[in-house]
Ligand binder design. Structure first.
Ligand code: SF4
Length: 441
């Protein structure tokens, strides 16, 4: 078992119970009602009580005992340095398409960590493979009802999945999903499609195997996303992977569409969705917004363009003025994959008198891609492509380009460095409302 460290506090929310009690940044929680939490899941579980006895270590290393009473479901108002107070459960696979291995060498160590941790899956929706879980962790998933989890299935046929994950322990996925089914726990599944390996009849088999769980009243598999393999110029040589071509994309779209139709009739849900990238590669229209149901795979790029457009139209109707009191010129940077789809949004912004927004739709030279989604653009790409451009009074930068919670691009270049070198302010915008508000502020 990994050693559990005290949970280091990085933020005390104002007006919270923790603020009232006098918690400070740098304090660390050792135990709650005598139990050491090993992660945020334990912490939340232990805090769901009316009476708490906390053992706390302050920044100088002194121990304090704090007793407090609260409502059962009241949050203490603390944030921590990490969601895991023990160590990360590491990946034991060697997928040839692993994005971590497709990065350039020589970056900071943390960029090469491969996690495959069910706790991050439960807390944040990251995908895991279930190839590395000892019995006690399965028991914990069952006891704490950690559901839904997000599982990288890729293929249900044992030999195909073993080949994709390069792990002899990868062939038991259907038994594992049956384990979830027997306990009425649920997963969302993803298939990273690698042409020539898990496409064609293997894709059909995988989707049908996963759909068979829909026969149950609480289906273990609630949705499936099919995502095209992403390749970069840093990938290892002779990795047996080939990129998705427009004709392969058309083939997959047609194959999945006919399954979707069948599932809608049989199960009342589309069940399997294609990532937006398929339609961009095939140069086909995106599905109608209504096809995405409640967007169960939005973080996998399934329906994200249509949802963004829908939200933009709704929010712009509410808050976009007819004119600005002071003229403003801005540059909106996006991946060239969405250039066409976002033209109506650009037109709408430029209808505001006094507002001039130009779009810079870039591909990623850094990753060696000719078509790029916005989230993969790097600081290097901005510096390379925008150096001699008139960028107006600032850059609107979708924050999907930045690492979670940091002002740093995927290539470790900081927003500040790009801003200084381009000599223009950069405004990171998370979502539609921030984008529009930044335009009119
Ligand atoms: S499971 Fe994920 S992290 Fe591990 S090798 Fe495969 S793609 Fe990489």
């Amino acid at each position: 078992m990994a050693t559990i460290q005290p949970a280091r506090i990085t933020k005390v929310l104002p007006d919270s119970i923790a603020a009232e009690v006098g918690f400070e940044v740098g304090d660390a929680i050792v135990s709650i009602n005598g139990v050491q939490p090993r992660d945020l899941i334990d912490y939340r579980f232990l805090c769901a009580d009316e009476y708490l006895e906390l053992e706390v270590l302050d920044a100088s290393g002194q121990t304090h005992h704090v007793e407090l009473e609260k409502d059962y479901d009241e949050d203490l108002g603390l944030e921590f340095a990490s969601a895991l107070f023990d160590s990360l459960i590491q990946c034991n696979n060697r997928c040839p398409f692993c994005f971590i291995d497709q990065q350039p060498p020589g970056k900071r160590e943390s960029l090469y960590y491969k996690d495959d941790d069910y706790r991050l899956s439960f807390l944040y929706g990251s995908y895991l493979t279930l190839t590395n879980l000892p019995e006690r962790e399965w028991q914990r998933i069952e006891q704490m009802r950690l559901s839904p989890l997000y599982v990288s299935v890729h293929a249900t046929e044992p030999d195909v999945r073993i080949r994709l994950l390069k792990n002899p322990r990868a062939g038991k996925i259907l038994e594992q999903i049956a384990w979830f089914q027997a306990r009425r726990l649920q997963i969302h599944a993803q298939v990273v499609l690698c042409p020539g390996i898990n496409d064609g009849k293997h894709l059909e088999q995988t989707i049908r195997d996963l759909a068979s769980f829909q026969e149950n009243d609480v289906p273990a598999v609630t949705s499936v996303a099919v995502v095209p393999v992403g390749l970069t110029r840093f990938r290892p040589p002779e990795d047996e992977l080939v990129p998705v071509t427009p004709s392969k994309a058309k083939e997959v779209i047609s194959q999945v569409r006919s399954l979707q139709q069948e599932f809608r009739q049989k199960y009342g849900t589309t069940f399997v969705w294609l990532a937006d990238e398929w339609f961009l590669i095939a140069q086909e229209d995106l599905p109608d917004e209504s096809e995405y149901e409640d967007y169960p795979q939005i973080d996998n790029g399934v329906g994200s363009i249509q949802l963004f457009i829908k939200q933009f139209m709704a929010i712009s109707a509410q808050i976009l003025p007819t004119k600005l009191t002071k003229q403003k010129r801005l540059t909106w940077v996006v991946g060239n994959a969405v250039e066409h789809a976002f033209q109506p949004l650009l037109t709408r912004l430029n209808q505001v008198e006094g507002l001039q927004v130009q779009m810079q739709a870039l591909n990623s030279d850094y990753w060696g891609q000719s078509i790029s989604v916005t989230g993969l653009l790097t600081g290097h790409d901005l510096l390379l492509k925008l150096r001699n451009c008139d960028l107006g009074e600032g850059i609107l930068l979708p924050s999907v380009m930045l690492k979670h919670g940091e002002s740093v691009f995927l290539d470790d270049v900081s927003v500040e460095e790009v801003s200084q070198k381009l000599n223009v302010p950069i405004y990171p915008v998370a979502g539609v409302e921030e984008l529009i508000r930044q335009c009119i502020s």
